[in-house]
Design a protein around this ligand. Structure first.
Ligand code: GRF
Length: 230
């Protein structure tokens, strides 16, 4: 097996080091009748904001690059742009406003209820800006992944991009990891490194990190599903 990280260098501004190497084929198609060989992974996506990662997953599924199906989107902010993206893709979107729940556990119990109702197999936290509790984590053991905009274990928390800039590191990136009760701490599935350029600010750096997020999150879904099916 080739374990050497791959340099993806399709364009100069977004070159990055991704490890483990990106697989060449995420979807196995039966050439005889053009059908998918394996059943699609049933995803539940949790998001709080713009949803560019949600968009990439939906698009890759549509393009048959990713053998999955989004059963449901759960979002927690009424104005989150991700809800409009779900509507455009005709994907059911459910608003669960955390402010309407007594505590994190009750909120997570409702999330579990909806995910189970929708037969979700793998949960993707794609910009979910809430701390989750064992109520959710134990309902989907090793089946929840999160994308984080730093090279974990550096810069945990919700100011990862800002903190990397402030620290003066020259390379940061993004990580997809399994979700465990400690925030941003579960087993790492895939990472991409992003250089910090001399004139970077929060927006420019985050934008370049997101380019890499959009590459590694679909890959991580495949990796997580394989873990799951062992
Ligand atoms: C991403 O940068 C992700 O790493 C972080 O939240 C952001 C979500 O972006 N957890 P989007 O809503 O998918 O565009």
């Amino acid at each position: 097996m080739n374990t050497t990280p791959t340099i993806t260098n399709k364009d100069n501004t977004n070159s990055a080091l991704i490890s483990p190497p990106i697989s060449s084929s995420k979807t196995a198609i039966n050439p005889a009748n053009n059908s998918l060989i394996n059943p699609p992974i049933k995803l539940g996506i949790m998001a709080s904001g713009s949803g560019s990662n949600f968009e990439v997953i939906a698009r890759e599924i549509h393009q048959r690059k990713l053998n999955a199906q989004i059963q449901v989107l759960i979002y927690n902010k009424p104005q989150a742009k991700v809800k409009d993206r779900a509507k455009n893709w005709n994907i059911p979107a459910i608003l669960l406003n955390h402010k309407e729940y007594q505590d994190r556990e009750k909120f997570d119990a409702k999330i579990v209820e909806i995910l189970k109702q929708n037969q979700v197999e793998l949960v993707v936290m794609a910009g979910w800006m809430r701390i989750v509790t064992p109520v959710l984590i134990n309902a989907f053991p090793n089946k929840i992944i999160n994308i984080h905009p730093s090279l974990l274990p550096s810069f945990k928390g919700n100011k990862a991009v800002e903190n990397a800039l402030e620290a003066g590191v020259k390379i940061t990136g993004c990580t997809v990891h399994l979700v465990v009760p400690e925030v941003d701490s579960g087993e790492i599935l895939i990472q991409a490194a992003v250089p910090i350029l001399p004139n970077d600010n929060l927006e420019t750096l985050h934008a370049r990190i997101q380019v890499q997020e959009h590459k590694i999150l679909p890959e991580a879904i495949v990796l997580a599903a394989k873990l799951d099916r062992k």
